[in-house]
Design a protein around this ligand. Structure first.
Ligand code: PEP
Ligand code: MG
Length: 608
C-alpha cells in the first residue's frame, strides 16, 4: 500500500490525470506498460526469430476457441438437447480443418506474417468463396465462418503476450488499458508497487484484489496507456484517484510527506484492533474480512476482524490447470484452521464476468457479467461443483465453515445446489468422512433474489448481500465501465429499499444478514447499513479498523432514524445531501481516509 522506488526523473512533460481511486495509498516509481487491446488488423512482416512465437500464439488461440465451442456445445446439449448441440459440430469441423489451419500456419512460417493477419486473410477469403456459392447450405457456412473469425480474433488478443513474471523487474508501476485479476495475482509480491489503467471501476475485481494486496491503484483514467512511455516516472495517488506522469520536484516532496502521514495514520488505526465494534448505545456489529488469497487468513485477526465473511474461492482457480481435490482441501483447511473457532464463509466458485478462469470460462461472451458465470457454471459442470463441495466438507474438521452460494436468481438453483451438497455429504459419509453442521447462505446480488427474498429466507441459514453486483444489476450499470461510474450509486433509493427488504425478510425468519460488497467499507454507507439493521459487515481487511472507529462513534438509535428517513426519500442526490449534512463533520473529525471519500457522495465520482 505504501511503497516507493528511488527515481532518477527524466525531463519529459509533466501530466496530471484524474481517475477513480481504486485502491488507497501512494507509490512513486517507473512505469511498465502492458500491451493494449488491438482492434485493427495490421499486416506485419516478422523476423525469422519471431515465427515460432507467432505460431504458438495462433495454436493457443485456436485451442482456446475450440475449448470455448466445446463448452458452448455442452451447455446447448444440456439446455436444449443433442440435436441443437450439433449446430456447433460445423464450427468444430472448420476449426480442425487441416487445409485452413495449415494455410494459416504456412502464411506465418513461409511468408513471415503475423498470426492476426494470417487468420484475417485466410478466413475472409473463405467467407467470400462460401458467400458466392450456389448452394444455400454452403452460404450458411459463411455465417459460421464469420462467427469463428470474431472468436479467433478475440482469442488472439486474449492470448497476446500481455505480461509475464520474468518480463518485468522489481518495484514497477503497471500502466495499461486494462488489467485482469489473474495477471495481477500471477506476479510476484513486490514486483508491482502500484497500477494505473484506462478502464475499470472501484468494484472491478482487479481493484478489489489491489486493496487486498495493499497495492495503490487508480483506474478509469481513460487514455493513460496512450500517454505514458516505457520507463516514464510516475506517482500513483490511489487515495485521491490521480496520477502524475513525470512529476516535478515539488510533487515528489509533497507525496513523500503524504506517504509519511499515511503510514502514521495506518499505525494509529492499529490501536483500534482490539476494541469491540459496538455503537455508543451498545449495539454490536459483526465485522468480518473479505479475502482473495489463502495467505491473507494469517492477518485477518490482526486487523481486528472476528471472522471471514467472504473468501472468493475462484482466486484459487486462477492458475495453470484447475486445483486438484487435495489442493482444495489444503487451501480451505489452511483458512479454517487459521480462524478457528471463528467462522469462515467460503463462497463456491464465482468464475466469469471479469474473473475468467482459463480452463473453465468462455473468453469472449458479449455480456460476461450476465453470462455463463458463477452458480450457472457450477450447475452445468456438476463434477467440478461436487469436487469443490466435497473439498469444503472434508476441510470442515473444526466446524467453523459457512458455505455461500453466489448469484442465486431462482429457487431451482438453490434447490439443485442443496441437493448436490446432500449427495456430497452422503458420498463422503460412505467413506467415513463426517462433517459437523455447515451453515448455508446465499448471496443476494441479483434483483430476482430480492423479489423472492421471503421465500429464500425460509430455505437458508444466512444472507450475504453482494452490493457490487446488486447495484450493477439493479441500476443496469456495468461495474467495470469507467464511462458510467458516476451512475454506480450505492445510495440509490432502489438499492437501499432492496437492502431494507432483505433485512426485514431475514429477521422475520430469524436469520442474520451480512453485506460483503465494497459498499460496506464506505464510511457513510456503513452508518446507513447499520441503521438499516444489517448484522454483519464484511470488507477488505485493512478497512476494518476504520469501520470500527465509525461504529464506535455512532448511536444505533440515531442511525436507525436516519435510515428510516432515507427510505422515504426518492432520489440519490437528496439522500446524499442529507447524509452529508448529518455526518460529514463526524467523519472528518475521525480523520477517516477510506477509499470512498464522503466527497464522492455528490454522485460525481469521476471528475476527469
Ligand atoms: C458482490 O457482488 O458484491 C460481491 C461481494 O461479490 P463479487 O465482488 O466477487 O462479485
Ligand atoms: Mg458478486
Amino acid at each position: 500500500m505504501i511503497t516507493s522506488t528511488k527515481n532518477p526523473i527524466k525531463k519529459r512533460q509533466r501530466i496530471v490525470l484524474v481517475g477513480i481511486p481504486a485502491s488507497p495509498g501512494y507509490a512513486m516509481g517507473h512505469c511498465h506498460t502492458i500491451s493494449n487491446r488491438e482492434v485493427t488488423v495490421v499486416e506485419e512482416t516478422l523476423p525469422n526469430e519471431r515465427l515460432a512465437q507467432e505460431e504458438q500464439l495462433f495454436l493457443k488461440a485456436i485451442n482456446n476457441t475450440i475449448k470455448d465451442i466445446v463448452q458452448i456445445k455442452q451447455i446447448t446439449v444440456n439446455r436444449l438437447g443433442i440435436d441443437e448441440g450439433r449446430i456447433f459440430d460445423a464450427h468444430l469441423m472448420i476449426l480442425k480443418d487441416p487445409t485452413l489451419v495449415n494455410g494459416i500456419l504456412d502464411q506465418i512460417k513461409k511468408e513471415n506474417k503475423n498470426a492476426q493477419w494470417a487468420v484475417h486473410t485466410q478466413i475472409t477469403q473463405l467467407i467470400s468463396t462460401f458467400e458466392s456459392h450456389k448452394s444455400a447450405l454452403m452460404r450458411d457456412r459463411a455465417m459460421d465462418l464469420k462467427d469463428l473469425y470474431h472468436r479467433l480474433m478475440g482469442a488472439l488478443e486474449d492470448s497476446g503476450p500481455v505480461i509475464s513474471e520474468d518480463e518485468i523487474g522489481n518495484g514497477v508501476i503497471l500502466v495499461g488499458h486494462e488489467l485482469n485479476p489473474s495477471t495481477l495475482i500471477s506476479l510476484k509480491k513486490d514486483q508491482v508497487i502500484a497500477f494505473a489503467t484506462d478502464s475499470g471501476g472501484r468494484t472491478s475485481h482487479v481493484s478489489i484484489l489491489a486493496r487486498s494486496m495493499e497495492i495503490p491503484a487508480v483506474s478509469g483514467l481513460r487514455n493513460v496507456s496512450a500517454m505514458v512511455q516505457p520507463e516514464d516516472s510516475i506517482i500513483v495517488d490511489g487515495t485521491g484517484g490521480m496520477i502524475i506522469i513525470n512529476p516535478n520536484d515539488d510533487d515528489i516532496r509533497k507525496y513523500e510527506e503524504k506517504l509519511e502521514v499515511f503510514k502514521r495514520q495506518q499505525r494509529e488505526l492499529f490501536t483500534m484492533r482490539q476494541l469491540e465494534p459496538m455503537t455508543r448505545d451498545g449495539k454490536y456489529i459483526t465485522l468480518h474480512a473479505n479475502i482473495e488469497l489463502t495467505i491473507e487468513a494469517d492477518k485477518v485477526l490482526d486487523y481486528g476482524a472476528s471472522g471471514i465473511g467472504l473468501y472468493r474461492s475462484e482466486f484459487l482457480f486462477f492458475r495453470k490447470g484447475l486445483p486438484s481435490f487435495e489442493e482444495q482441501v489444503q487451501a480451505y483447511q489452511y483458512i479454517l484452521n487459521a480462524l478457528t473457532p471463528n467462522s469462515v464463509t467460503i463462497r463456491t466458485l464465482d468464475a466469469g464476468g471479469d474473473k475468467l478462469v482459463a480452463d473453465i470460462s468462455i473468453s469472449n461472451e458479449a455480456n460476461p457479467f450476465m453470462g455463463w458465470r458463477s452458480i450457472r457454471v457450477c450447475l452445468d459442470h456438476e463434477d467440478l461443483f461436487k469436487e469443490q463441495l466435497k473439498a469444503l466438507i472434508t476441510a470442515n474438521t473444526q466446524g467453523n465453515l459457512r458455505i455461500l452460494l453466489p448469484m442465486i436468481s431462482s429457487m431451482q438453483e438453490l434447490r439443485r445446489s442443496k441437493a448436490h451438497i446432500e449427495t456430497c455429504k452422503k458420498e463422503l459419509e460412505a467413506k467415513g468422512i463426517f462433517s459437523p453442521k455447515i451453515e448455508l447462505g446465499i448471496m443476494i446480488e441479483v434483483p430476482a433474489a430480492v423479489v423472492l427474498v421471503d421465500k429464500f429466507a425460509k430455505e437458508v441459514d444466512f444472507f450475504s448481500i453482494g452490493t457490487n453486483d446488486l447495484i450493477q444489476f439493479t441500476l443496469a450499470v456495468d461495474r467495470t465501465n469507467e464511462l458510467i461510474s458516476s451512475m454506480f450509486q450505492p445510495h440509490h433509493p432502489a438499492v437501499l429499499n432492496m437492502i431494507h427488504k432483505t433485512v426485514m425478510a431475514a429477521h422475520r425468519e430469524g436469520i442474520p444478514v451480512a453485506v460483503c460488497g465494497e459498499m460496506s467499507a464506505d464510511p457513510m454507507s456503513t452508518l446507513l447499513l447499520v441503521g438499516l439493521g444489517v448484522d454483519e459487515l464484511s470488507m477488505t481487511p485493512w478497512s476494518i479498523m476504520e469501520c470500527k472507529k465509525i461504529i464506535r462513534s455512532i448511536n444505533y438509535e440515531d442511525v436507525r432514524e436516519t435510515a428510516h428517513n432515507v427510505l422515504k426519500m426518492d432520489d440519490t442526490e437528496s439522500i446524499n445531501a442529507y447524509l452529508k449534512k448529518k455526518y460529514s463533520q463526524t467523519i472528518t473529525d475521525l480523520g477517516i481516509s477510506s477509499f470512498i471519500s464522503s466527497g464522492d457522495l455528490d454522485g460525481d465520482s469521476n471528475p476527469s
